[in-house]
Design a protein around this ligand. Sequence first.
Ligand SMILES: NC(=O)c1ccc[n+]([C@@H]2O[C@H](COP(=O)([O-])OP(=O)(O)OC[C@H]3O[C@@H](n4cnc5c(N)ncnc54)[C@H](O)[C@@H]3O)[C@@H](O)[C@H]2O)c1
Length: 322
Amino acid sequence: MNQKKVVVLGGGVLGTQIGLVCAYHGYDVTFWLRSESSIGRTTPKIERYSALMLEDLAKAKALVGNPMGAYYYPRGMVKDWNSATVESIDALLETGKKNLTENVHIELDPKKAVEDAYIVIESMSEDPKAKIDVYTKFKDLLDEETILVTNSSTLLPSMFAEYTGRPEKYLSMHFANTIWKNNTAEIMGHEGTSKEYYDKVVAFAASIGMVPLQLHKEQPGYILNSMLVPFLSAAQGLWANGVSDPETIDLTWKLATSAPAGPFAILDIVGLETAYNINQMKPNTQIEGTIENKIGKLLKEKIDKGETGVNAGKGFYDYTKK
Ligand SMILES: NC(=O)c1ccc[n+]([C@@H]2O[C@H](COP(=O)([O-])OP(=O)(O)OC[C@H]3O[C@@H](n4cnc5c(N)ncnc54)[C@H](O)[C@@H]3O)[C@@H](O)[C@H]2O)c1
């Protein structure tokens, strides 16, 4: 077993970010991808996120000595901000650049990909069938000691443990988008996860610059989304009921709590399609006149106009204006 070998299953938005952060912190990372065409989609993501990570790290030099710096530096990339200097960040940039190039590999062969791996991180599409297929495929290929974690946002590890062939070494390690800045790792086992392997995953998360946030039992939505989803729904309800407009709702939240962003700015980051999908899972969406029905219609109108959030340049706010 190679204690430094990390394998990421899935080269999508989150898989790429997770693999790169591991590589940055000195792990030898292999992305297992399904096909040549997956390589064509993942390679540009690897390049883009590597460049963004290094750009954010370079920008942090200007924050050294600034009391606001502690809020804006890439928290997953600089372990001790209090002692950071321009020179120490330059040194991180140099090793970071090298690690992001030399420690990143792509492999299509499942057996070769996971050989000797310390930990395998599954970050494939949020589709139970795809996850079961892949666990079944890898079950007999993993070393006995290899740890297997899932980054699933909405599915519980107990749903899949039986397909992994290693239920005691299987649990969730859930990241947030742009993980090199938003460095949370929510660690959640199922009833059959062993304490020894749970603790190993906590230590691993810390070693890649994350703050391990430990859940003591299974919870759909973990800690973050258990709070965030109802918060965003409440804000959308105020808007859909005509109580107030997105700008005023955001302003209220920001002024009263000193938060840097309000719920509609957060919705723009999450993306309106995701917000719409979450809303449509609620039971009342098809009943005319309910708040969920009104929210669904309003979000759909914006989605149909292409106003899906920050990535589209426009959502509740316009991001094309400088
Ligand atoms: N996007 C987010 O903000 C976010 C945040 C935290 C966690 N997550 C979780 O991370 C996981 C991945 O999300 P994402 O946003 O990166 O998705 P994505 O759509 O960007 O990527 C999914 C990847 O899975 C691959 N894939 C799908 N089915 C496959 C199969 N059968 N075999 C092999 N590869 C397959 C796709 O080719 C793609 O590379 C999901 O479980 C999601 O819940 C996402």
